[in-house]
Ligand binder design. Structure first.
Ligand code: 8LE
Length: 431
């Protein structure tokens, strides 16, 4: 069934898009008749650079729009601050299907029409918020599109939540922790004064970083669900956690076909390997993305291996998406993802919930500096905490960091996606 959908999607894109016709000029297969997964894998991956180039040459949407501009229902774009943003034109039919799929997936994580759902991510050019809203609306829940990002908004969120008692929350994992901390500062107990049963997240690692996930679960006494691929790939909930999974996300292969590819060779990887999730729309008529290289890193497992109680026969990313290839720090020959550090820190009771990573180069030797918050209510003193952090990080990544301990609340919190790494070795380039 999936192969049939792939065949239809590729043929549609090829026949309706000048971009794909050009992009597939030299391929050895017939894009109007893909008869096997092997043939499909002959198609070149689609890179971010190719999309940007196409949209620059054929503004604003690029020649992969595939529908009449009058048929566009929604326009979104990337919210980055440098370079030309990518533009996403979504047709009415696609926007409707996105609602259907998101509603179905949200049902699968336990949401029901009589639930009240608060959305606490910014209503900006970020498809996370709007995609979540679209699904929650279609499911028929009472939706409270609260947003995030304004000064003082998190304090207000605490009061609203204590009054309205929503059953579910959507946002980023770092925002949830910030919200919980703010509630506690204001004298609330989020396990008693709030009544969340489930929180669903996307946008960054966290919900599948085991100790971060536990922190959120205990902070709010609720179920945590990880979700999310990329804005381009909306319905981005096609990667979704499940109430029966301890961690990670199922890959709903009949909505968005997902492959894991070798970061170097782009070869298809079997289950049990680690690679770059590469996504293909299966039902898009506007801006279909075919083999879009995410630049993220994940590990996948066969349906048999996961054997999830939910009964779904999709592959699973049991550790979620744990970082971007670009975020991986290579320090003295060791590969380190910031999410590994995050996992170790959240496992320490005295951790104050925020940290920063600074990598420097001193006399040709890389140094790893961590600035870590300590919760002053804990029994552990600064020196002891510093030693604990050093030991725990060394055990994880094989390197001893220099650790600076600061008071909880010192480091800035984010209402969106966290940015905790400063690599001073790199020469900044403006792409
Ligand atoms: C680990 C999926 C969405 C709409 O929430 C989103 O963040 O899309 P966006 O802004 O295009 O950013 C996509 C990138 O965010 C991904 O490539 C990945 O690096 C990161 N990301 C999104 N969801 C997750 C994630 N990283 N776990 C996630 N659940």
């Amino acid at each position: 069934m999936i192969l049939e959908k792939i065949n239809e999607q590729v043929r549609y894109a090829y026949e309706n898009s000048g971009f794909y016709r050009e992009y597939y000029e030299d391929v050895d297969v017939d894009p109007t008749d893909i008869t096997s997964f092997e043939e499909f894998r002959e198609l070149p991956v689609l890179t971010n650079e190719a999309i940007k180039r196409e949209q620059k040459e054929h503004p604003p949407f690029g020649r992969f729009l595939c529908i009449d501009e009058n048929g566009i229902e929604r326009i979104y774009g990337t919210s980055g601050t440098t370079g030309r943003p990518k533009v996403f034109g979504i047709g009415a039919g696609d926007w409707d299907r996105i609602a259907e799929w998101h509603a179905q997936i949200l049902w699968s994580i336990g949401l029901r029409p009589d639930d009240r759902v608060i959305i606490t991510s910014p209503f900006i050019q970020y498809l996370g918020s709007w995609g979540a809203l679209q699904g929650v609306d279609r499911l028929g829940c009472s939706t409270f599109p609260f947003g995030a990002g304004m000064e003082g908004q998190t304090e207000q969120a605490v009061e609203w939540i204590a009054d309205l008692r929503p059953d579910a929350l959507y946002g980023t994992p770092s925002y949830a922790i910030y919200l919980g901390e703010t509630a506690e500062e204001k004298g609330y107990d989020p396990t008693e004064d709030f009544e969340f049963k489930v929180m669903f997240f996307s946008g960054e690692p966290g919900a599948s970083v085991p100790s971060t996930r536990r922190r959120i679960e205990t902070l709010f006494d609720c179920t945590v669900i990880d979700q999310g691929s990329m804005a381009e790939m909306t319905p981005w909930m096609s990667n979704s956690g499940c109430r029966h999974l301890e961690n990670g996300m199922h890959v709903w292969q009949d909505i968005v076909y997902t492959e894991l590819l070798d970061p170097e060779t782009e070869a298809f990887l079997e289950y049990g390997e680690e690679g770059v999730p590469t996504y293909t729309h299966l039902e898009r008529t506007s801006q279909p993305m075919i083999r879009l290289w995410s630049g993220d890193i994940s590990y996948w497992e066969s349906p048999e291996e996961t054997d999830c109680e939910c009964g779904r026969t999709y592959p699973t990313l049991p550790r979620g998406v744990y970082g971007r290839v670009d975020d991986m720090l290579v320090i003295r020959g060791k590969n380190v993802f910031p999410s590994q550090i995050e996992d170790r820190l959240h496992a320490l009771d005295a951790f104050g919930d925020e940290f920063r990573v600074v990598v420097e180069n001193e006399e040709a030797l890389d140094t790893l500096e961590l600035v870590v918050e300590r919760d002053e209510d804990s029994d552990v003193e600064d020196d002891e905490f510093r030693a604990l952090v050093r030991r725990s990080i060394k055990a994880e990544i094989g390197l001893s960091p220099n650790v600076t301990v600061v008071k909880k609340g010192t480091l800035e919190r984010t209402q969106f996606k966290a940015d905790r790494v400063e690599d001073r070795r790199k020469i900044p380039v403006d792409i």
